[in-house]
Write a protein that binds this ligand. Structure first.
Ligand code: LRH
Ligand code: MN
Length: 393
């Protein structure tokens, strides 16, 4: 149990008060697996209703003031109006996620497709997403490509990298001065032999080639089992190329379960590298987002719980006795150093976070407060008819 001095406690609370966790619009819609998508009562039908749910999460947690959009799942006629709709409800529109993974033309790839016509179509969608960012005032364009191959010989691996580089260059050059390209990698699925951006190294190399406003997105579900993600965090932080996180958790593959649910210790180790790198400061520009699917659990409470899991991992990382840790590391005291970290991890920080919420005028237990609010009962009735939002896959 790590004891906190009053000064440290105040410092930790100040950092936690400034934490910002972006929630995904698609986390409020229906989602599932290839076997089944289970609809739920009260699921939003429009981008506006997804924003209402995101605003509700922010109302109860105080640290989720922006919502990421996915195009075309959140397509509207007037994005300026949608941005105002969000602001009027206390949130802002965040990262714009492009989608070149659901069109029939992209079977053999989007920007890496052997067919130049298909590549053009995909690049035009990415450029359209930058136009949308100009409307919403979003800073980040997040690119994840399902592009890859399923069988050896299916296509030329190097040619696909050349095609990818050409597309990324065109999009990068279109960005405004305050805008960034955030390149997300994924080891496999939906392609099962090669993915064209399979790992952090490939994303990092393309981002280096592009320029300073190209950064890497780490989705915690996109690695081979056993991958030491906090090493990737430390490396990219040192290189100034860590741009964003898609937090979720998994037991096996890209399970997209609630952040911190499957492996809270891993989330703590990741946040420990962030805290050590002093990377929670907003000016570092690292976007902390959730990217999850709530296939069987109630969606809004699941997002609230996930935000709280990230807060708890962060609070544990912030209470690590950095002086004692550095001393033990310098002394080669292996067990001592590990014990300092485990002390913090094994410290119950929930009372600290409950106090913070009370200081911020929030209920100490956001999930219980949401359950008592009647919000679900209201949306269940209001949204009884109409087409529920989903991935449209
Ligand atoms: C791909 C991914 C990507 C999103 C999608 C919803 O697996 O992580 O970040 O576009 O999920
Ligand atoms: Mn993701």
């Amino acid at each position: 149990m790590t004891e906190l001095t009053a000064a440290t406690r105040t410092q930790v609370l100040n950092v936690l008060r400034e934490q910002r966790i972006e929630t995904p619009s698609w986390g409020y819609g229906n989602s599932g697996t290839r076997f089944k998508v289970f609809p739920q009562e009260g699921v939003p039908r429009t981008p506006q209703e997804k924003i209402d749910d995101a605003a509700t999460v922010h109302r109860f947690t105080g640290v989720a003031p922006s919502v990421a959009l996915h195009i075309p799942w959140d397509k509207v006629d007037d994005y300026k109006e949608l941005a105002k709709y969000a602001v009027d409800r206390g949130v802002s529109l965040g990262t714009i996620n492009a989608n070149v993974f659901q069109d029939n033309d992209y079977k053999l790839g989007s920007v890496t497709n052997p067919d130049p016509g298909v590549r053009r179509k995909a690049i035009d969608h990415l450029l359209e997403c930058v136009d949308i960012m100009d409307e919403t005032g979003s800073g980040d364009l997040k690119l994840w490509f399902s592009d890859g191959t399923n069988y050896p010989g299916q296509d030329n691996i190097r040619d696909r990298q050349d095609r990818l580089a050409v597309a990324l260059r065109e999009v990068y050059d279109r960005l405004g001065d305050e805008q960034r390209l955030v390149l997300e990698y994924k080891l496999f699925e939906p392609s099962f032999y090669t993915m064209d951006v399979p790992d952090w190294g490939t994303s990092y190399a393309h981002c280096l080639e592009l320029g300073p406003r190209a950064v890497v997105c780490i989705d915690t579900g996109h690695h081979a089992p056993g991958t030491n993600i906090e090493f990737i965090v430390a490396f990219l932080l040192r290189a100034g190329k860590l741009g964003a996180f898609d937090f979720n958790s998994r037991f096996y593959a890209d399970d997209d379960l609630m952040a911190g649910a499957a492996d809270p210790f891993q989330l703590f180790r990741i946040m420990h590298e962030i805290v050590q790198g002093d990377a929670l400061r907003p000016e570092l520009g690292i976007a902390f987002m959730l990217d999850q699917c709530h296939n069987i659990e109630a969606k809004i409470p699941a997002v609230i719980r996930s935000v709280m899991n990230v807060q708890e991992a962060t609070a544990k990382a912030l209470i690590v006795d950095a002086t004692a840790l550095a001393a033990a590391q310098q002394a080669g005291d292996v067990l001592g150093a590990n014990a300092v970290l485990m002390d913090a991890y094994n410290t119950d920080v929930r009372p600290l976070l409950a106090d913070l919420r009370v200081e911020e005028g929030l209920d100490p237990d956001p999930v219980a407060a949401y359950q008592r609010s009647g919000y679900f009962e209201r949306i269940r009735t209001e949204r009884a008819d109409g087409q529920q939002a989903g991935w449209g896959a």
